[in-house]
Design a protein around this ligand. Structure first.
Ligand code: HEM
Length: 187
């Protein structure tokens, strides 16, 4: 091997190692968090993203216990009369007991209490329009970044481990190449 290529090789190895870091960071953001990943407790002001501005969650309280998570969410209006956790098409074939009825906060907003399997994972649901008597499909995502500091149990360090190991392996490989190339050159 041409000895002048060694710095290039090592640089390539380093770049390869570094390039895996942003990819990992993006993945971490979208990693679902389950009840076991979060301290038991009642969390107010949890942010909820929705695929529609016509299904806006203006307030949400998340309760986390050993049994799982539930959300008490307040919608922006009174248009939806019940919720189904799934698609409207499936809801049409369901019995009334499969639906989550609305509550009223007395201030012009309907509320719903639903189970939440995971945070940072879109939850497909369908809202029943009282006016139109029709289901409307929505996806809502409960965001872990709105939880207070310390609420998430899972250690980010544990997830970093495979990336750190892969990076170390790439760097070691680069160094080994360089070592053998120099030896070959010397002999
Ligand atoms: C600038 C225009 C619009 C605004 C600001 C708006 C706003 C809203 C809001 C805030 C809701 C949520 C109600 C709730 O949470 O109870 C809603 C629901 C809904 N909107 Fe709109 N909307 C607009 C236009 C439209 C149009 C053009 C259509 C239909 C062609 C439509 C159809 C619906 C339906 C079917 C619902 C479901 C609940 C219900 O029937 O009240 N909206 N909209």
């Amino acid at each position: 091997m041409n000895i002048r290529k060694i710095p290039l090789l090592v640089l390539c190895a380093l770049l390869a190692a570094l390039s895996s870091v942003p990819a990992f960071a993006a993945d971490k953001e979208g990693t679902p968090l389950y009840a076991a990943d979060i301290q038991n407790g009642v969390y107010e002001n949890v942010a909820v993203d929705s695929t529609s501005s016509m299904f806006r969650v203006i307030a949400c309280t998340l309760t986390v216990t050993d049994e799982g998570m539930t959300a008490h969410m307040t919608l922006s209006g009174q248009g939806f009369g019940k919720l189904y956790l799934g698609r409207g098409e499936a809801a049409r074939g369901e019995d009334e007991s499969a639906f989550y009825p609305f509550g009223d906060d007395g201030e012009g907003h309907h509320t719903f209490d639903i189970p939440v399997e995971a945070l940072d994972k879109p939850l497909p649901c369908a809202g029943w329009s009282i006016k139109r008597e029709e289901w409307f499909d929505r996806d809502i995502t409960f965001r872990s970044d709105s939880l207070p500091e310390g609420a998430v149990i899972r250690k980010a360090g544990a997830s970093w481990l495979p990336v750190a190991a892969a990076s170390a392996a790439v760097i070691a490989l680069g160094a080994a190449f360089a070592f053998f190339a120099i030896r070959k050159k010397k002999s």
